[in-house]
Design a protein around this ligand. Structure first.
Ligand SMILES: Cc1cc2nc3c(=O)[nH]c(=O)nc-3n(C[C@H](O)[C@H](O)[C@H](O)COP(=O)(O)OP(=O)(O)OC[C@H]3O[C@@H](n4cnc5c(N)ncnc54)[C@H](O)[C@@H]3O)c2cc1C
Ligand code: SF4
Length: 509
């Protein structure tokens, strides 16, 4: 019997991985490696690199304990190949293997690299996801618009989550309207469970500090779970303490409160330490036991079996050119504020600041603060995409790109979003307390100290009028704009131009 290599990537840390299931412990060899190409193709946040490498090392140890022959290539071992393919070739020679079993990577770039590898690679479907490519294609076929809501209802029926017979629990599929409460005064949840780094993690932290210390992001105070047992404890901790108010305040933002009642588990699910059904089952059970309200359980389950599966479906349906799309033709460089440059905008300082310290920001911070600003300011979506891919611990292209290129930047021309997610400062003021401590005034539409979001919002609407004026969901805003005094419109546009010129000149905004 010939030995085969079984490739396990850094986001495939699941015992039941399809490639492992297809392999034979008695004759096949598992290959895992911290390759330089993957660690460096965008300037990943040091906490993200530390999380992935530490979780990989611990998963390799678990596989060994379960009887697998694991060949693990460390980044600080000179013999380790620089790319996944180079490492496979090296290990193939070492053990006399000429073929590879792998689970389909979540990124076109890697799928293409494996296809181009001189060793034949058999790709197994990644069935840790709940919706296969074939099922998503069948759902999408013949539909004019691929809207989340209809996909989500199908997923509720398929999974049986929050169902009472054929009907949704509580008589409603979606409780989103209950989940938009603004920032509360105090947060009564102590946040995600924190884990002191063990010996494996400490060794990784030293290496990451040494090699990636100059990347944007703080490595100090590393607290993430790095194995399945810890991730399960983190999940239980959040279900008990965070879930009950998760729904109500899902969209709220509070100065200094980095996590509010959010799960902060996406990095664990995306790396494979937790399964999507497992996290949803825990949440559903809490609701059935009366430990959490339905709007919280439904809100969470919709994100996981709805949004998470839906964006993956879109990523693979749309193909490898998706990340290069730029439907609105936006070309500005990403301003330095995204890399921690000085700013008077409190909302941006908060969202970027906690991204720097935690490699985390919650959905509304990503969508309505940093995403909104980039879209309003006309930033090149490819640069926005690279930023999000680099700075968040949960960022892998299959999930990050549809959220950024599609949902946040409208660069796919409206496949995911039926209208662009743009807002003036008003929305941020309603959902947060940021504006209170800002150098700008959210109530000022023009003049000294006017909130840049207020100015840029109308500039965006005006410059993309041809595309959006016919969109019924935007008609009201164009009517408001058209009713404004012509002089006032001119002042807004010219002040917005000044803000953009300051961004272009690298000045503080
Ligand atoms: C511009 C932008 C970029 C994003 N980039 C990523 C990314 O790189 N990786 C990533 O996992 N999520 C991304 N998201 C989605 C979302 O912001 C994160 O999943 C969420 O903030 C993770 O934090 P949490 O675990 O506390 O989530 P919670 O608020 O507790 O949500 C529960 C879970 O639902 C899932 N989820 C929620 N929303 C989405 C979504 N839109 N798409 C996919 N899954 C979702 C996540 O697994 C998350 O853990 C992005 C959203 C935006 C607007
Ligand atoms: S005033 Fe404008 S820039 Fe300042 S925090 Fe509010 S929305 Fe952000």
């Amino acid at each position: 019997m010939v030995t085969r290599l079984v490739l396990v990537l850094g986001d495939q840390l699941s015992e039941g991985l399809s490639a492992l299931r297809a392999a034979d412990k008695a004759r096949d060899v598992v290959v895992m490696a911290e390759v330089a190409d993957e660690a460096g193709y965008v300037p990943h946040h040091p906490k993200k690199i530390a999380f992935v490498f530490s979780a990989m090392r611990k998963f390799a140890a678990e596989l060994r304990a379960a009887g697998w022959d694991v060949r693990y290539g460390r980044l600080d071992d000179r013999a380790t190949g620089a790319s996944v393919c180079a490492e496979l070739l090296r290990r193939g020679e070492e053990v006399g293997a000429t073929e590879v079993l792998a689970t389909e990577p979540g990124e076109w770039r890697l799928i293409e690299a494996l296809r181009a590898c001189p060793l034949p690679v058999t790709l197994q479907p990644d069935d840790r996801f709940l919706c296969s490519h074939a099922d998503f294609e069948a759902w999408a076929a013949g539909r004019k618009a691929l809207r989340l809501e209809y996909f989500y209802r199908e997923m509720r029926k398929t999974t049986g989550l929050l169902m009472e017979g054929d009907h949704p629990a509580g008589g409603q599929w979606n409780f989103d309207h209950d989940n938009r409460k603004p920032a509360p005064g105090a947060v009564d949840f102590d946040g995600p469970m924190r884990f002191a780094p063990d010996a494996v993690t400490r060794e990784v932290l030293d290496m990451v500090a040494d090699r990636f210390g100059d990347n944007f992001g703080d490595l100090e105070d590393f607290w993430f779970a790095t194995d399945r047992a810890q991730a399960r404890r983190a999940l239980a901790h959040w279900v008990a303490g965070g879930l009950p108010k998760y729904g109500d305040y899902q969209d709220a933002m509070v100065t200094g409160e980095r996590f509010l009642w959010h799960g902060v588990i996406s990095m664990y699910v995306n790396a494979g330490l937790l399964g999507p059904m497992e996290v949803c089952a825990a949440v559903e059970q809490a609701w059935r036991d009366g430990r959490a309200p339905l709007n919280a359980a439904e809100g969470f389950i919709r994100q996981v079996i709805g949004w998470r599966e839906y964006v993956r479906g879109i990523y693979f349906l749309e193909g490898p050119d998706y990340t290069a799309r730029n439907a609105l033709g936006q070309t500005r460089d990403l301003p330095p504020v995204y890399w921690g440059g000085e700013t008077g905008m409190r909302c941006m300082a908060e969202a970027v600041g906690q991204t720097r310290t935690e490699a985390y920001a919650h959905h509304i911070q990503r969508l309505m603060v940093t995403g909104n600003f980039a879209l309003l300011a006309g930033v090149d979506p490819a640069q926005v995409h690279e930023w999000y891919l680099a700075v968040y611990a949960d960022a892998y292209e299959w999930v990050e790109a549809p959220n950024v290129i599609g949902m946040s930047q409208f660069a796919d021309g409206g496949i995911i979003a039926s209208k662009p997610y743009v807002s003036s400062g008003n929305y941020i003021n309603k959902m947060s307390d940021y504006c209170k401590g800002c150098a700008y005034s959210v109530t000022k539409k023009t003049g000294q100290g006017a909130c840049p979001f207020n100015l840029l919002y109308w500039h965006f609407m005006d410059r993309h009028r041809d595309r959006f004026a016919g969109n019924p969901r935007m008609a009201q805003m164009y009517r408001t704009w058209d009713r404004m005094d012509a002089d006032k419109r001119e002042v807004i546009l010219s002040e917005a131009e000044q803000v953009l010129a300051r961004l272009d000149a690298g000045e503080v905004v």
